[in-house]
Design a protein around this ligand. Structure first.
Ligand code: NI
Length: 263
């Protein structure tokens, strides 16, 4: 296996990988330590499970994304629990709140489904991979009022304020940084990165979305984690190798099942 680079958030089921998925996977095997492929509904959850079974360096997360609640099966929590019992399922996600798209399910429905998946993650002692888009107020309120005490979570592609990050960090949350942290206009994202202890920083891509500079606007792929890591090294004033080392350590601490599944 390659270096200690981890992409903790990718969607390799996306049709934009249809033409070269095998090459992208071979490249991960050569150049990276691993990738967590996140499901968002039934089909992509099953895809993630399948990929994790076939490739030693792929791990899966299963969940229902707030953009996909129109197709939520009644027994979705049972399905998630069943899938999560597999050794290479290392998290519940991608789940959360998305108030950006007007077609998404009503806010009350989103909050209910998010809380249910949060409780399931705590019950199964698995970390939660959280999507929060334009929903910071309600997300914080849920964390203040309803989050189980021993919940472990990562805010993927975090877009909140330094103050919000500080409050969530106190509750033990991690933060995933990807392409957006390399964008010229993303001053706030970099401020948040610099304000956090490095023990809480993770690398991610959200492939095929949000490719880092200089590939902004193109299809993203897990190996571009390297560009985000180089940028993080520059911002923190440390060596690239150090970023790779501490983000790997953080990844293996939060996603405990990665190590367990290897032993
Ligand atoms: Ni995502």
């Amino acid at each position: 296996m390659g270096s200690g680079l981890w992409d903790t958030h990718a969607h390799l089921d996306d049709e934009r990988f249809a033409g070269d998925r095998e090459e992208v996977l071979a490249e991960i095997g050569r150049e990276m330590a691993g990738v967590i492929d996140c499901g968002c509904e039934e089909k992509s959850n099953l895809f993630a499970l399948d990929l994790a079974e076939k490739y030693p360096f792929i791990y899966a997360a299963v969940g229902w994304h707030p953009e996909n609640l129109d197709e939520l099966p009644k027994n979705y929590l049972e399905k998630l629990a069943l899938w999560a019992a597999q050794s290479k399922v290392v998290a519940i996600g991608e789940v959360g709140l998305d108030y950006y798209w007007p077609d998404n399910a009503p806010r009350e429905v989103q909050k209910k489904v998010f809380r249910e998946q949060m409780d399931l993650a705590a019950q199964l002692q698995l970390p939660l991979i959280i999507h929060d888009r334009e929903a910071h107020g309600d997300m914080l309120e849920i964390f203040r009022k309803d989050a189980p005490r021993h919940l472990e979570a990562v805010f993927h592609c975090f877009s909140g304020s330094v103050e919000m990050a500080a409050e969530l960090a106190k509750k033990g949350c991690y933060f995933g940084f990807g392409g957006t942290s390399t964008y010229k206009n993303a001053r706030k994202v970099r401020e948040v990165m610099l304000s956090l202890p490095k023990e809480l920083l993770l690398l991610e891509t959200d492939s095929p979305y949000l490719a880092p500079v200089p590939y902004r606007g193109k299809r993203n792929k897990p190996l571009y984690t390297k560009l985000t890591a180089q940028n993080m090294a520059l911002l923190l004033g440390v060596a690239y190798e150090e970023v790779v080392a501490f983000t790997e350590e953080n990844t293996l601490r939060l996603f405990r099942k990665i190590k367990q599944s290897r032993s």
